[in-house]
Design a protein around this ligand. Structure first.
Ligand code: NAG
Length: 284
């Protein structure tokens, strides 16, 4: 549709010059190159969110819409938030219902999103089986991030994982989160930031993710005793939003970010403690 709009006749006579309708992807790559020249890519302007109807995602979506940092926010998903449920920033919200089994048809690259936020995930109980769980919790997440990646463009990826995430774990939930983290880190984003919060507190509805986190806690998956037991969802959402805006290199010291190198994949890790501090900071 945007390419149709760009196809205009500049002069009526004597020669008709038709502007070639650029594919939108080419245009965003051009803009990205100009921005690179100006060296101002550290200021993201657009954000895409997957999982915006989940317990953390719904708060994050509102956080992004209320932020003056973002001029456009995309909410893509199997379901999208009813516009009547959004109070602030409706005008910059771009929603799209997508089929995660047909992501190549979803046009995820076209927005050339500066920051891709993923709060998509499920539980085995909600998914119905271990296979269905892994398909949504791991495969859809990695595939969506891959489909939104525009080669050679500065893009940041921020993923909500879980304390105890471990690709070698014998626990399905922790293994899926761990494998997803590594899969995401291998996609070639300029910056990948992963949150591993402990128990999610203050959820609107009781989710079994909380129960699984409690389980993880008692089974010792929370190895860092200094970590607090949990985090309020609004604090976590604020921390996630800020991390996407600031990027790994711009994070304050109290975010206690560390770099994880695993299976030739590197990412910035923010644990429960770091998220508590980052989310409590008043600015941005
Ligand atoms: C991940 O899980 C495996 C298998 O249980 C365990 O050996 C390993 O120590 C765990 N890694 C971390 C970082 O906890």
């Amino acid at each position: 549709m945007s390419s149709l709009r760009q196809s205009k006749y500049l002069y009526r006579s004597p020669v008709i010059v038709k502007v070639i309708p650029f594919p939108s992807l080419l245009i965003c790559t051009l803009i990205a190159n100009i921005n690179n020249l100006k060296n101002r890519m550290s200021v993201p302007k657009t954000a895409l969110i997957f999982g915006a109807t989940g317990q953390t995602g719904r708060v994050l979506l509102r956080e992004l819409l209320a932020s003056s940092e973002f001029t456009k926010v995309g909410e893509y998903g199997r379901n999208v938030t009813p516009k009547s449920d959004i109070a602030v920033g409706k005008d910059k919200l771009e929603q799209k219902v997508i089929n995660f089994d047909k992501l190549d048809e979803a046009g995820l690259q076209e927005g050339c999103w500066d920051v891709v936020y993923i709060t998509l995930g499920t539980t085995k109980k909600n998914a119905g089986s271990a296979e269905a769980f892994e398909k949504i919790d791991r495969d859809y997440v990695i595939s969506a991030a891959k489909a939104a990646r525009v080669p050679n463009q500065e893009q940041r990826l921020v993923y909500l994982s879980s304390a105890g995430a471990n690709a070698s774990s014998s626990f399905l939930y922790m293994r899926s989160k761990g494998q997803t983290e590594i899969g995401l880190a291998k996609l070639g984003y300029s910056d990948t930031i992963i949150f591993r919060p402990a128990m999610l507190l203050g959820a609107k509805r009781e989710e079994s993710r909380v129960a699984e986190s409690i389980f993880a806690t008692i089974t010792g998956a929370l190895t860092r005793v200094s970590d607090s037991i949990g985090i309020q969802i609004p604090v976590l959402a604020k921390a996630i939003s800020r991390a996407g805006i600031l990027g790994s290199s711009g994070l304050p010291a109290n975010a206690k970010a560390s770099t994880v190198n695993q299976d030739a994949a590197a990412f910035t890790l923010i644990s429960n403690d770091g998220a508590l501090a980052l989310g409590a900071t008043a600015d941005k």
